[in-house]
Design a protein around this ligand. Structure first.
Ligand SMILES: Cc1cc2nc3c(=O)[nH]c(=O)nc-3n(C[C@H](O)[C@H](O)[C@H](O)COP(=O)(O)O)c2cc1C
Length: 172
C-alpha cells in the first residue's frame, strides 16, 4: 500500500484500459472513498450510478464526445448531486461536495493500481442530457461527471503542477 502523499502525487488521468474486469470489491472501495469526502453541513448530497453493462457503456461513449474511453472501460461511475437537498443560500454546494467525492474516488483508483479519469457532464446541457437518457436518473439528480475506471492500458505521464508563483502569503 503506497502512502497518501505518493498516491496524490502519482494520480493522473488514464484514458486507455485493458479488457481486464475490475471486481465488485474494488468498486466498493472506490465508492467508500468517495463517500468519505467532506461535504457542506455534512449533507452528503451525492448519489452514484455504477455502470457495468457493456451496451450501456458503449452507448454513453457514442453520446459523450470527450469520454470515448468509456468504450474500453469495464466500469464507469457517474457522480451525481441531489439538488432537492440544496438550501437556497447554497445552491451550488452540491458541486463542491460531489467534486470532493470525485477526487477521493480518483485517488482510491490510483491507490488500487487502477486507472480513472474525470469526464465532465455538468455544466454542459447536452452531456447532462445524454447521461440522463442512458441512466434514467430522475429530474432532481444532476450528473457532475462520469468516471470510467479500469486497468491502465498504457503508462500515462504524471504532470508536474508545482508552481510556487501561484502561492500568495497574507496579501496578493
Ligand atoms: C472539471 C473537469 C472536467 C474534465 N473533463 C474531462 C473530459 O470531459 N474528458 C477528459 O478526457 N478529461 C477530462 N478531465 C480531465 C482533465 O483533462 C485532467 O485532469 C487534466 O488534463 C490534468 O491531467 P491529470 O488528471 O493527468 O493530472 C476533466 C477534469 C476536470 C477536473
Amino acid at each position: 500500500m503506497r502512502d497518501t502523499l505518493t498516491v496524490i502525487s502519482q494520480r493522473k488521468s488514464v484514458r486507455h484500459f485493458t479488457d481486464r474486469e475490475i471486481s465488485d470489491g474494488q468498486v466498493e472501495v472506490l465508492l467508500r472513498a468517495a463517500m468519505a469526502a467532506p461535504s457542506a453541513k455534512n449533507k452528503q448530497v451525492w448519489e452514484f450510478v455504477v455502470i457495468n453493462e457493456r451496451s450501456e457503456l458503449d452507448r454513453l461513449a457514442t453520446l459523450l464526445p470527450y469520454a470515448k474511453m468509456l468504450s474500453q472501460a469495464p466500469v464507469a461511475i457517474v457522480i451525481c448531486g441531489d439538488v432537492s437537498k440544496n438550501t437556497e443560500e447554497s445552491e451550488l454546494n452540491w458541486v463542491a461536495d460531489c467534486s470532493a467525492a470525485a477526487e477521493n474516488l480518483l485517488l482510491a483508483a490510483e491507490s488500487l493500481g487502477l486507472g480513472a479519469v474525470w469526464t465532465a457532464a455538468f455544466p454542459y446541457a447536452d452531456r447532462m442530457d445524454a447521461v440522463r437518457q442512458i441512466t434514467g436518473i430522475p429530474e432532481h439528480i444532476v450528473p457532475l461527471c462520469v468516471v470510467p475506471v479500469g486497468h491502465p492500458g498504457k503508462d500515462e505521464p504524471v504532470k508536474d503542477k508545482w508552481h510556487p508563483e501561484k502561492i500568495h502569503y497574507n496579501q496578493w
